[in-house]
Design a binder for this molecule. Sequence first.
Ligand SMILES: NC(=O)c1ccc[n+]([C@@H]2O[C@H](COP(=O)([O-])OP(=O)(O)OC[C@H]3O[C@@H](n4cnc5c(N)ncnc54)[C@H](OP(=O)(O)O)[C@@H]3O)[C@@H](O)[C@H]2O)c1
Length: 187
Amino acid sequence: MATQQTALTTGATSGIGRELANCFAQDKYNLVIVARDQNELNQTASELKQQFGIEVTTIAKDLFKREAPFEVYNESKGLQIDALVNDAGQGQYGTFDSTDINRELDIIQLNIGAYVVFTKLYLQEFTARNEGKILLVGSIAGELPGPLQAVYHGTKAFVNSFAESISGGKQGQQGHHHQPAAGPDGY
Ligand SMILES: NC(=O)c1ccc[n+]([C@@H]2O[C@H](COP(=O)([O-])OP(=O)(O)OC[C@H]3O[C@@H](n4cnc5c(N)ncnc54)[C@H](OP(=O)(O)O)[C@@H]3O)[C@@H](O)[C@H]2O)c1
């Protein structure tokens, strides 16, 4: 019997990330789930274990912090990761002249910085092993300007472009890019 595989999913306690965690769990992947709130992580882990009979490891980390994705990578080194799901992301509304620049820098770090670091670290590992899957959650928001969410749309344009560059270009075929349709919140 094949060894059970493991997927690392950021943003797995809510929304699209939670649904993706369910999909991997349904396929009998064990999970490493990453978000900030340890209570939410514990609750999600216990639901996934109970419903699907898989192993779930939680890592509470604030991906607004530049060093956080490196720490997650190091802390999960004891487990072989077979699939990476870059999902955690945020946006904010408002005209660009009125929004908070520090919050926008945090969003850029989360939506772009963390995706780039995780993707590089795991792509290097997957390339060496010649196996592994990477999914980057993009958005239709990346395909058009969003005057009231200028930074969010810009970050998703980056994700859409970056994902296509590394999946279709000379880097190989490992990248997988998922672009959910716009939801009621305008993402
Ligand atoms: N919702 C939509 O309609 C839509 C459409 C297209 C694309 N998307 C994309 O899909 C992804 C998920 O969106 P969603 O609406 O499903 O999100 P969501 O329900 O708000 O969930 C966000 C998840 O990310 C985690 N997270 C947020 N900030 C974090 C941080 N600083 N560090 C670590 N984890 C953090 C949250 O947990 P904690 O708060 O505990 O950290 C939570 O698990 C995003 O990349 C978004 O751009 C969403």
